[in-house]
Design a protein around this ligand. Structure first.
Ligand SMILES: [Zn+2]
Length: 217
């Protein structure tokens, strides 16, 4: 399920900014525009079976699709094995953050619609229990917005996501997530120094997977 959703979110990230249809137009090759067969669309296996090439024009398909399908599948299995997914409606929130992560990785920004949708879902699911973290979340939003404005490094979507995490899971858990996210970005930078700009949310999504292991309630 995770791999299939990751595959669909990549299609959304590809087509939505261009205003293309995402419901009725079947998947096609970006190079020769031929419609793909159903067996090419099976997540992970479709890519591996064709060795990352289009079966019609041999066009090279970026390994990103395979990586995201794997992360999507693995992350849902991992969180389910940790009894995390069905506890407090966490599954839906994780899926929505996966969508943000894939969009951010591709475009280095996130459509405000996705963030608003996540915000509404968090409020509907957790409701009155969010009140305890409301003031820290607002303060966090104000401080990070200021930092984002002064540094021009942190994106608006990142600020909103961190504030929302603080609202939903509290200060300690959010600090852990931010620390790990930045650590993962730093490690990636040290391994690949030519890349100077990093999307925040994909690494935040990976950091989310450590939640069951963190020394917090
Ligand atoms: Zn092709």
């Amino acid at each position: 399920m995770g791999a299939t959703l990751a595959s669909f979110f990549q299609l959304l990230a590809d087509r939505q900014p261009l205003g293309l249809d995402v419901v009725f137009t079947p998947s096609y090759c970006d190079s020769c525009f031929k419609q793909l067969a159903y067996y090419d669309l099976i997540p992970i296996f479709g890519y591996l079976r064709q060795h990352g090439h289009c079966r019609y024009c041999d066009h090279n398909i970026a390994p990103d699709s395979l990586i995201w399908e794997f992360i999507g599948g693995f992350s849902i299995c991992w969180m389910a094995s940790q009894n995390y997914l069905f506890n407090g409606h966490y599954l839906l929130v994780q899926i929505l953050i996966l969508q943000l992560a894939i969009f951010d990785a591709q475009h280095f920004y996130v459509d405000q619609l996705y963030l608003t949708q996540l915000f509404i879902i968090v409020i509907l699911l957790w409701g009155s229990s969010l009140v305890t973290n409301l003031i820290p979340a607002i303060l966090c939003f104000v401080v990070l917005t200021l930092l984002s404005y002064l540094s021009k490094g942190l994106g608006n979507a990142d600020v909103q996501l961190i504030s929302l995490a603080l609202l939903a899971i509290g200060f300690t858990a959010t600090l852990w997530l931010c620390l790990l996210t930045n650590l993962f970005i730093l490690i990636h930078f040290l391994l690949r120094r030519t890349q100077t700009k990093f999307p925040f949310i994909p690494y935040f999504y990976i950091a989310l997977l450590t939640l069951p292991l963190l020394p917090i309630k």
